[in-house]
Design a protein around this ligand. Structure first.
Ligand SMILES: [Zn+2]
Length: 176
């Protein structure tokens, strides 16, 4: 049987007028950005937490402490790239990731393909393994009312101890 691990991540940041808006590592012009110690990219933060959750590696705060000056205004896509590289180096394989962004504004659907390409590049996987969705929030809650943006993410990983042969050949001899 295929062995997989699932991780879930959630993040939310308030809008901040003086900052550029960066989501999934993509700079979106014409809209205020997100407050935060880093660049405020809630999509990347939620996805980092999903990856770390699947791998049993804690959370984003453990890897990138918010008070650490190294991460001030840092690229969160860079953090995602670092985490993905570390997990890949340890033998983890990304089966797929799925991200949902929730914000009343700006319209995010036109950016979907750019988001997918950006995340796939940072993760080192083909774009078919990455999905990004956007919801307006239908006027409900802080994100739907327009005071901030929320992001949720799910990651499915194959653990390092899943041997290549077992992935392809089905049950091991002992299990037959
Ligand atoms: Zn965050």
């Amino acid at each position: 049987m295929l062995s997989v691990r699932v991780g879930w991540g959630y993040d939310a940041h308030p809008w901040a007028a003086s900052r550029p808006l960066v989501l999934c590592g993509v700079r979106i012009p014409g809209h205020e950005g997100l407050a935060g110690h880093s660049d405020g990219d809630a999509a990347c933060h939620a996805l980092v937490d999903a990856l770390l959750g699947a791998a049993g590696e804690g959370d984003i705060g453990r890897w990138f402490p918010p008070g650490d000056p190294r991460w001030r205004d840092a690229s969160s896509l860079g953090m995602l790239r670092q985490v993905a590289a570390r997990l890949a180096g340890a033998g983890w394989r990304i089966e797929n990731v799925d991200v949902t962004l929730i914000a009343a504004h700006p319209p995010l659907a036109p950016w979907r393909e750019g988001f997918v390409q950006s995340l796939a590049g940072a993760l080192g996987v083909e774009a078919a393994r990455v999905n990004v969705k956007a919801s307006s929030g239908n006027g409900l809650g802080f994100s739907g009312e327009g005071s901030g943006l929320a992001a949720v993410a799910v990651a499915v990983l194959e653990p390092p101890d899943a041997p290549e042969a077992a992935r392809e050949a089905g049950p091991s001899p002992a299990a037959r």
